[in-house]
Design a binder for this molecule. Structure first.
Ligand code: NAD
Length: 381
């Protein structure tokens, strides 16, 4: 039997500097008997050059040949459907619950879509495949560096001959993967850190990192399914916003990371809360999106300075700003998933497998993921 041919494409989204597979990942797949094609310069922006891929056992090819020969295309972002043909598979981070139309498009092209966002988060044997976690870790770390860069004072306590600088007061809203990494990073830079989450389980994690957990009386336990938060009711959300607004002004830096699966991000920092911050304060919204974020007025990829001198930084694909680390982690995730899916040199599709049930979105010309299929039923075509 011919070995399965997997192909690593060059990403094309503006600002996307990551690559789906590093030379190290190529070595692992080749050692498992797969043929690996790499589009020329696919890793260049993340400092993985063509020679390193060739040395690891990949064949460097031009774009047309890549799509022509590939049986499985490895990607991070969306692959244009017109590039793909019936019977091919694509593996990437396609956010199918946010953009189900893409899944419909791929199904219509007869392409099998496997999305790493669907890896079950709490299944121990799937942890090595969890790209949401590996990339959120990078985003949380980088968010603090972005904030520190924009904040025009020190984060740590500094005692010098020229006087003493007090440490910055940092507030992290949302203590999931990104939030916990932001707490650790801000602590390592010497800030005094406070953090809040609607899931009571977050308290222990926040405290174990040396931060103070902020207790709100307005919102009870908002634990949802699968370790995620549930959406708050309108009344709860208003009460939470008011209670947070009373506290936010005491901080110099605020970093927000709150998400609720399948919903637009909750608004946590209102325009009134921004008014309570001192001039020179910095707010970083990791949840900034075209549909709104955690912070009033935040815009992805832009810094907005409010009338009272507060910088509101809306982030946009922070992992791509650390492409070498982000690609290295993603490559390990995608390699682990691929090796789980391949049996005797071919993709072994099995909807009964718990991991596959999460990641398999389209197959055999249909959208097979129930959550994505339900979304499409509701969307008028
Ligand atoms: P996420 O990106 O969906 O959300 C980020 C955080 O925002 C979450 O902690 C959530 O509780 C919080 N949030 C939502 N609405 C909020 C609101 N209105 N106010 C304040 N905070 C709000 O979450 P995530 O980082 O992907 O993590 C989700 C869960 O999965 C967590 O419980 C995490 O510990 C768990 N997880 C477990 C594993 C594992 O067991 N291997 C791996 C990864 C994540």
């Amino acid at each position: 039997m011919n070995p399965l041919t997997v192909a690593v494409r060059r990403e094309h989204e503006p600002g996307e500097h990551r690559v789906a597979l590093t030379p190290d990942g190529v070595g692992r797949l080749v050692a498992s008997g797969l043929t690996v094609l790499v589009e020329s310069d696919a890793g260049a922006a993340a400092w993985f050059d063509n020679a390193a891929y060739a040395e690891a056992g990949a064949e460097l090819v031009a774009t047309a040949e890549l799509y022509d020969r590939a049986e499985v295309v490895l990607s991070i972002g969306l692959v244009p459907p017109e590039r793909l043909r019936t019977g091919q598979a694509v593996v990437g981070m396609f956010a199918p619950l946010r953009q189900p139309e893409y899944a419909a498009d791929l199904a219509a092209h007869g392409v099998t879509m496997i999305s790493l966002d669907g890896v079950p988060r709490t299944l121990s044997r799937a942890q090595a495949m969890d790209a949401l976690t590996s990339q959120a870790n990078i985003a949380g770390y980088k968010a603090v560096l972005v904030a520190a860069n924009a904040y025009q004072r020190f984060l740590p306590l500094l005692i010098t001959a020229a006087g003493t600088a007090r440490p910055a007061e940092v507030l992290i809203l949302g203590a999931g993967v990104a939030g916990l990494q932001a707490i650790g990073t801000a602590r390592r830079l010497g800030a005094v850190v406070h953090a809040y989450d609607v899931r009571p389980a977050a308290r222990g994690e926040v405290e174990s990192l040396g931060a103070t957990f902020v207790e709100l009386t307005s919102v009870a336990d908002a634990r949802g399914e699968g370790g995620y938060a549930r959406a708050l009711t309108d009344d709860e959300q208003l009460a939470q916003q008011r209670e947070l607004a009373e506290r936010i002004g005491r901080h110099d830096v605020v970093i927000t990371t709150a998400q609720v699966p399948g919903r637009r991000p909750p608004l946590l920092v209102t325009a009134d809360a921004l008014k309570a911050l001192k001039p020179g304060s910095v707010v970083v919204d990791l949840a900034a999106s075209p549909f709104g974020g955690n912070v009033a007025g935040s815009e992805p990829g832009r810094t907005v300075v409010t009338g009272n001198g507060v910088s509101v930084i809306g982030t946009d694909n922070l992992p791509a700003t650390m492409p070498t680390a982000a690609s290295t982690a993603y490559s390990r995730n995608i390699t682990a998933l691929l090796l789980h899916l391949v049996h005797e040199g071919a993709l072994a599709i099995d909807g009964g497998d718990e991991i596959q049930a999460g990641v398999l979105i389209t197959h055999g010309g249909a959208v097979v993921h129930p959550g994505v299929a339900r979304l499409l039923e509701r969307t008028p075509s």
